[in-house]
Design a protein around this ligand. Structure first.
Ligand code: 2M8
Length: 442
């Protein structure tokens, strides 16, 4: 790819991010994942998106974080959607989540006033992204504004990590429990099939899906999936999103290897932040030690792969998927594991969300087989985390080539590479920019 072609592609990416931007006020704003199907601010999308802004608009990167953390609850919990503005184009909407309106008064106490949010979270990538923004500010504007930025966000991040390390890990394993497939970010992944099959949705309120108005139903989760998603939200809502009430008998409780690995990678940066600010690091070190001690005993199987761990069935979920490669992001893997991962890369030399040889693989269906840019970017980051070269495994080059040829889609058919889901998708644009303009984080 010539420099001129790269510059042209980068311009397109910036244009998409600008088009999806929503100003809130002079201090904050956010980027909708997509103009059509996802009209609010999403948690981990924002983490990916700010990587893009660091390459051309640092102010927006900061404003995006500010908007996101305005949705943070008093216990540190960071919701997966912040509904800054109204839109009829999404279900479940704030009226369904009813955060802060519960019977037990807990949500009422915890949820922020004057801002509507969902009641579940998403993978905590913000330790990574906020450290990345800090480095960019330091490089471009100097130490003083960079420290000011850290001082604003470090306490918020610490509160989020403390929430996860306690309420979402009462076992003190260093691994984080999710309550809902949406918390994983890999929504209808076959990783969750068995756990969902055990659940019989009861008393599901009548609802109408909106997602299928924008994207062909055959590329989205099924109605049976949605019934379970909604039933699980109702279960959490009935307990007023109070972890102490939820944890003992919630029907979907999984130690998620992606979520937990990202938590560890974020903790690494949180510790660097604490050192930079002269703060105590003992708690963060403890969270990292727990992960290092336990991630293999929970996630690593004798067949040589990492899998999620189901706390209800007390078994590893042996589904061959891209999630098994994400522990790369921790930087803790051995050379032989990295070479094994390389052999699992798909025909297009990009990693599909489910292994191509598996019987459940579907090349076009959402998180059940297509190629996702954020997942491949995370794996590329994982290579860098192990000190490997920028172009190791050609992932970087192949993601760029795919987007250049097919467009800035939400996901891509892993058979034909054709774009699927929403077009002009924000994290595809942002991460593409990051791949093109890469600068070292450490
Ligand atoms: C998808 O998830 C949302 C629910 O959170 C949905 O399908 O309505 C997932 O791809 C998730 O990872 C992503 O954060 C979200 C917004 O892009 O869309």
């Amino acid at each position: 790819m010539t420099e001129e072609e790269k510059a042209k592609l980068a311009e397109k990416a910036k244009k998409i991010l600008k088009g999806n931007w929503e100003k809130i006020d002079d201090q904050a704003g956010y980027t909708k994942p997509s103009k059509t199907i996802y009209p609010f601010q999403w948690n981990w999308d924002s983490g990916f998106i700010v990587y893009g802004y660091t390459h051309f608009d640092l102010e927006k990167a900061v404003k995006e974080c500010r908007a996101l953390f305005r949705g943070q609850w008093k216990n540190g919990f960071l919701p997966h959607i912040i509904f800054h503005k109204d839109s009829k184009n999404y279900f479940p909407d704030p009226d369904f989540w009813k955060t802060g309106m519960g019977e037990f008064g807990e949500g009422l106490e915890l949820a922020p006033k004057g801002i509507k949010t969902s009641g579940i979270t998403q993978p905590p990538i913000h330790g990574m992204s906020i450290w990345h923004i800090y480095k960019a500010i330091r490089r471009e504007k100097g130490k003083v504004p960079a420290i000011k930025f850290l001082k604003e966000f470090y306490p918020k991040l610490l509160a989020l990590h403390k929430y996860l390390a306690t309420k979402r890990d009462p076992e003190r394993s260093g691994l984080i429990t999710i309550y809902h497939p949406w918390e994983s970010g890999f929504d209808n992944s076959p990783r969750w099939d068995e756990a969902l099959a055990r659940i019989t949705p009861k008393n599901v309120e009548p609802y109408e899906r909106v997602d299928t108005k924008f994207v062909d139903k055959k590329f989205r989760p099924t109605d049976e999936d949605y019934d379970r998603y909604i039933y699980l939200v109702q279960s959490l809502r009935n307990k007023d999103y109070n972890d102490d009430l939820i944890y003992p008998d919630h029907e979907f409780k999984i130690k998620d290897q992606v979520f937990s690995s990202i938590f560890y990678a974020s903790n690494k940066r949180l510790k660097l932040m604490a050192n930079t600010l002269g703060e105590d690091t003992s708690e963060i070190t403890e969270w990292m030690n727990r992960f290092e001690k336990n991630f293999r005993s929970y996630f690593y199987s004798l067949d040589g792969n990492f899998y999620d761990y189901d706390l209800v069935s007390k078994q590893r979920i042996k589904v061959p998927s891209a999630a098994s490669l994400v522990p790369l992001i921790t930087g803790l893997l051995e050379d032989y594991e990295i070479s094994k991962f390389r052999r699992q890369i798909g025909v297009h030399k990009l990693v599909p969300s489910v292994d191509e040889e598996s019987s459940i693989y579907n090349p076009d269906l959402y998180w059940r087989g297509p190629i996702w840019v954020n997942v491949n970017w995370l794996l590329w980051k994982g290579y860098l985390e192990h000190g490997l070269d920028l172009n190791f495994g050609s992932l970087r080059e192949n993601i760029i080539k795919m987007v250049q040829k097919e467009g800035f889609y939400e996901y891509f058919s892993s058979e034909t590479l054709e774009g699927r889901g929403s077009d002009e998708f924000s994290w595809t644009a942002a991460l593409l920019l990051d791949l093109i303009e890469h600068k070292k984080d450490y």
